[in-house]
Design a protein around this ligand. Structure first.
Ligand SMILES: Cc1cc2nc3c(=O)[nH]c(=O)nc-3n(C[C@H](O)[C@H](O)[C@H](O)COP(=O)(O)O)c2cc1C
Length: 196
């Protein structure tokens, strides 16, 4: 009789401890819990076809608009490219349904440091918002020089603006582990100095 009571209790305890261990491991490796929410992002490589619903796209763009900027000047403009022909002129392997969000600001896109920092924050906000909604995203600056020399008119960039970067947002296959999909990073000891 005693054995019958003890056995389920031991099983329950083992299951509980197992789950706890999994949650802790996930938090430490950045795949679950608050640590997961902070560390689970990577630059998508394998986009799949499929449209992004307008409400999600709007939320992603709002994340860019909501970014902080020096003196709250909000120097940016967001050009949302859904036309595939135009998108492929900037990202040749663009997949149907991927949206390219071009972030531009007044000037040549390279010399105003604070403005570029502001745009970079909007870019990062868009990048992270897309992944928080379950999409893949990737930041590009490679196409900027060709874009600024030959696509400004076709993109209808605001007068005097140059593109600083674009964020590609699109569907990706589910089940990708963001931590192992990301490239390795330099060691924390190389990068961080604590002054206590
Ligand atoms: C400012 C910036 C510019 C980038 N430009 C390009 C680009 O032109 N083409 C590209 O394929 N990836 C580009 N990337 C993506 C990076 O290669 C990627 O974020 C980096 O390798 C880290 O990837 P991971 O987070 O998946 O590890 C860019 C990223 C940043 C932040």
């Amino acid at each position: 009789m005693k054995k019958n009571i003890l056995f389920p209790a031991v099983v329950c305890m083992a299951v509980f401890l197992g789950s706890l261990q999994t949650v802790c491991a996930q938090q430490n490796s950045g795949t679950g819990g608050p640590a997961g929410a902070i560390l689970n992002h990577y630059a998508a490589r394998n986009f799949t076809a499929g449209a992004i619903p307008a409400a999600d796209l709007e939320l992603i763009i709002q994340a860019g608009i909501r970014a902080p900027s020096a003196r709250n000047l909000q120097p940016w403009h967001f050009t949302v490219v859904q036309n595939q022909n135009l998108a492929k002129k900037m990202v040749s392997d663009n997949v149907d349904g991927n949206v390219l969000i071009v972030v531009s600001a007044r000037g040549d896109g390279t010399t105003n440091g604070v403005q570029i920092l502001d745009c970079a924050l909007a870019v990062e906000s868009i990048y992270l918002a897309a992944q928080a909604l379950g999409y893949g995203s990737r930041i590009y600056t490679g196409p900027m020089s060709a874009l600024n020399s030959s696509l400004k008119t076709e993109l209808s960039l605001p007068s005097g603006h140059s593109a600083v970067a674009l964020v590609r947002v699109g569907k990706v296959q589910g089940g990708v582990d963001a931590v192992s999909a990301a490239s390795s990073r330099k060691k924390t000891e190389e990068l961080v100095t604590y002054k206590k």
